[in-house]
Design a protein around this ligand. Sequence first.
Ligand SMILES: Cc1cc2nc3c(=O)[nH]c(=O)nc-3n(C[C@H](O)[C@H](O)[C@H](O)COP(=O)(O)OP(=O)(O)OC[C@H]3O[C@@H](n4cnc5c(N)ncnc54)[C@H](O)[C@@H]3O)c2cc1C
Ligand code: FES
Length: 339
Amino acid sequence: MTYRIALNFEDGATRFIDCNDGEKVLDAAYRNKINLPMDCSDGVCGTCKCHCEQGGYDLGDEYIEDALTEDEAEQGFVLTCQMVVSSDCVISVPVAASACKLAPATMEAELVAAERLSENRVRLSVKATQGALPTFLPGQYVNLSIPGLDGVHRSYSFSSLPGAEVATFLIRNVDGGAMGSYLERARPGDRMTLHGPLGSFYLREPKRPILMIAGGTGVAPMLSMLEVLAEQDMGGQSVHLIYGAHDQADLVEIERLDALKTRIPGLTVVSTCSGADNAHPVKGRVTDHIGADRLNGGDVDVYLCGPPEMVESVRGAVGDVANLYFEKFIPAQPEELAA
Ligand SMILES: Cc1cc2nc3c(=O)[nH]c(=O)nc-3n(C[C@H](O)[C@H](O)[C@H](O)COP(=O)(O)OP(=O)(O)OC[C@H]3O[C@@H](n4cnc5c(N)ncnc54)[C@H](O)[C@@H]3O)c2cc1C
Ligand code: FES
């Protein structure tokens, strides 16, 4: 038995695929030569999240809450890597059809520099060993292999302009972490592989005011988006970034944001610290700084990125808005830690 699935893409394009009984939708799409957004294919990352508009399906119980919350599941959101359909279905895919044509690629790269911006923040710069780095949409991420640790990789969002010869990443130095430990011994010339680009968190055409909310290194994809916005006509739209960290020292890349302010006329930035004993003039969590004026009566595109718990609390705080795009920096799961 096969079922007919209509995939409605963000740009209005629709593609129909046949899905076999018991087959996961992600696999069926791939068999039909459509590369839907995906990363782990294990119900962990949430990259494959779509919305089912119509039809019956089962998601099983092997995915984690950070990938798809109970609320989202109730609202009809699905993980296509887990979804087995029981009837014909209509599924909205939150990316443009053109973004699904290219399968993520794996390429060799080498470390250019690992600069410590604060005790817990490192800017990693990499370039391709041959040819150019993969093209990506501003906001997307790659899986980076960790030199010296066979088969171990972690996900990082580009903080640089797409197409640049050297790509940068902003990394939180997690004590004792696989990447955190590598950062201590990183040397220019270290070889690594990049697998991607991945993710449906990327900048859309500015059609209304933009509100960006970043927690910690969640500012990385915002920097990439702002680099792109600095090079295009904003059509009079404004961008407001709320950037939060626990400690003042971890509010890195402020000079770069200042430079971007001079290039993007409508850009305003508020940085805030949530930790006690901070000399930073603005205090509190990012949610304390989302004023009603910034939400523009809901007519706003919100881009939100950071640790899972921060993303969830901001989602609750912004309420109904025209568009809410988010990325959670979900830590590697126990089975990946030892991989
Ligand atoms: C789509 C995506 C994009 C990401 N982009 C970025 C990015 O641009 N910059 C960035 O810094 N990170 C990003 N991350 C997180 C990143 O992939 C790693 O999880 C993180 O850097 C920790 O890796 P590690 O190898 O140092 O620690 P691991 O070896 O993975 O973990 C070591 C130990 O620390 C715990 N741990 C890991 N992270 C945390 C945390 N945040 N809080 C508390 N405990 C933790 C683990 O559970 C484990 O016990 C992203 C994650 C995803 C899913
Ligand atoms: S690809 Fe489906 S949750 Fe990761």
